[in-house]
Design a protein around this ligand. Structure first.
Ligand SMILES: [Zn+2]
Ligand SMILES: [Zn+2]
Ligand SMILES: [Zn+2]
Length: 511
């Protein structure tokens, strides 16, 4: 279990740190020495007893109409929801158990909204590990879980968040920026080909604030230079994320990377200096396994060409890629297959002389209009193996066109909903902006009124006048605007949930 390994490494780091600090913990609540941390005898545990759920979370998929949600009391975290199973298995054995309250049916969402258990999210579980193992200085409190659960990158979840196993190639996606390591002191980028998505960066930064400054967009990406107007259509770059924060399995390599990042964070906390060389050394010493050869490769580097012809470890999955190359099939034009999936699925069949496989063009080509891969999902690989074994071109054709139609439908729906959510978030931002202005105006008016009253000019105050200029600022407009902003945000979250549900349905029935 990578999480266990993660814990044991963090524990070791903390023990080293404790020794370096002369065996005393630096305040913040941890008892002297770390050996008795949270009642666990960490010294003797080579695979520590992190509260592992004996049963997987039963509410990883959003569900409506539960009346037994558990969460945190502060209204700011009203939408942080934990199912009883996860609470009993993961939280109750920890010192944080008492921070939680029973929320019953109150999920912070409108009634009957399907809600997912936040403890089933990858980064929330990582945050839990941080609390249990890396919080000796008391920098974090339990709200870290809720804050990480609410962390959403503007450009979406990690493209790898839906990978089902280590055999699946990393996903390729278009994003406004890909991030890499940058030395905040020198500006040097030790690994420009190693790229991470915005969502993973935000979550790592939330969990390890000490090394937050270590990440920066690849040169030329990210926000436009100051003074230059944000273009209407933000530029997008094709690339991939080196991390796999999948909810479906624990990716060992990602766990190992997080171990290294955790170690860098511990060092940074102690020295006050961000130094990621431990992670850099580890990445250089441990090139990705052949999922493979290009894990974390970004096509905006390496001149837009995948590093290895024929299986570069990257698959665009549902994202229309314009820079990767694909194989096409004679007879079924819609059946586009990336180089990686071709190498894994079609090529071996072609070598065995399977007729359908031999209809594929063995030379991959770039599709200027973009292509999605049709052979990465277990479902379609099964369809392929049936059709290939039976030589059934018609079956393959039917399945592919059915899937393509659904894929287009999802893409259109997703684009439309994403625009809608972005608009709502934009409006919310505007309302918040107006609220700040209104607050300033009210405060100014109040202080002006005080001055006017003070110098006695302008207003004649008599007993029959109700509109007495008062020195108490009237913030009702501010409150109203803030409420509107909050409502717009809830609406945006609702639209984002619709996107997630559409993707859920796609995964369950069509992918
Ligand atoms: Zn749960
Ligand atoms: Zn990512
Ligand atoms: Zn593929």
């Amino acid at each position: 279990m990578p999480f266990k390994k993660l814990l044991s490494t963090f524990t070791r780091e903390l023990q080293d740190a404790a020794q370096m600090l002369g065996g005393s913990s630096n305040g913040g609540g941890a008892s002297p020495g770390f050996s008795s941390l949270f009642g666990l005898n960490l010294n003797s545990l080579s695979s520590p007893a992190i509260p592992q759920s004996p049963t997987p979370c039963p509410r990883q998929q959003p569900q409506a109409n539960h009346h037994d949600w558990i969460g945190l009391p502060h209204p700011q975290f009203a939408t942080f929801n934990v199912c009883p199973t996860c609470y009993h298995n993961l939280i109750r054995p920890t010192p944080y158990a008492n921070s939680f309250v029973t929320k019953g049916p109150h999920t912070g969402y409108p009634p009957n909204t399907p809600v997912r258990c936040d403890m089933s999210r990858y980064w929330v579980r990582v945050a839990g590990m941080v609390l249990l193992t890396m919080n000796q200085n008391g920098r974090h409190d339990i709200t870290l879980l809720a804050r990480v659960a609410a962390t959403r990158a503007q450009d979406g979840d990690c493209p790898n968040s839906q990978l089902a196993g280590e055999h699946q190639p990393l996903a390729v996606a278009r994003r406004p920026a890909w991030y890499t390591l940058r030395d905040p002191h020198t500006g040097a980028q030790p690994l420009p080909g190693w790229t991470v998505c915005a969502s993973c960066v935000l979550n790592v930064q939330a969990c390890c604030p000490a090394i937050a400054a270590a990440f920066a967009p690849l040169p030329g990406q990210g926000l436009p230079p100051p003074g230059q107007q944000q273009q209407q259509q933000q530029q997008q770059w094709e690339g991939s994320c080196a991390m796999v924060p999948s909810d479906l399995y624990d990716d060992a390599r990602t766990g190992a990377m997080l171990q290294q990042i955790g170690a860098c964070a511990v060092t940074a906390q102690m020295t006050g200096r961000v130094d990621m060389s431990q992670l850099v050394n580890w990445l250089q010493a441990n090139p990705p396994a052949p999922r493979g050869g290009g894990a974390g490769y970004s096509s905006t580097h390496a001149g837009g060409q995948p590093p290895h012809a024929g299986g570069n470890g990257l698959c665009p999955r549902g994202y229309p890629s314009t820079s990767l190359r694909c194989h096409t099939m004679q007879g079924i034009f819609d059946l586009t297959v990336c180089e990686q999936c071709y190498a894994e699925v079609v090529k071996p069949d072609a070598e065995k002389g399977v007729e359908l496989a031999r209809r594929f063009d063995p030379t991959p080509a770039v599709m200027p209009s973009g292509f999605t891969c049709q052979l990465y999902s277990p479902r379609m690989r099964q369809v392929w193996s049936h059709a290939a074994a039976a030589g059934d071109l018609a079956l393959l054709q039917a399945k592919v066109s059915e899937r393509r139609a659904k894929e287009r439908e999802l893409q259109m729906k997703r684009t439309q909903l994403q625009q809608q959510a972005a608009q709502l978030r934009e409006q919310a931002k505007l309302q918040e902006h107006l609220a700040v202005n209104a607050m300033r105006v009210s405060a100014n008016a109040a202080s002006n009124n005080i001055m006017i009253a003070g110098i006695g000019g302008g207003y004649r105050i008599d007993a029959n006048t109700i509109a007495v200029p008062s020195g108490v600022p009237d913030f009702s407009q501010t409150t109203q605007l803030n409420n509107q902003a909050a409502m717009l945000k809830v609406q945006a979250a609702g639209v984002e949930d619709q996107i997630r549900m559409a993707e859920e349905e796609w995964k369950r029935y069509w992918e």
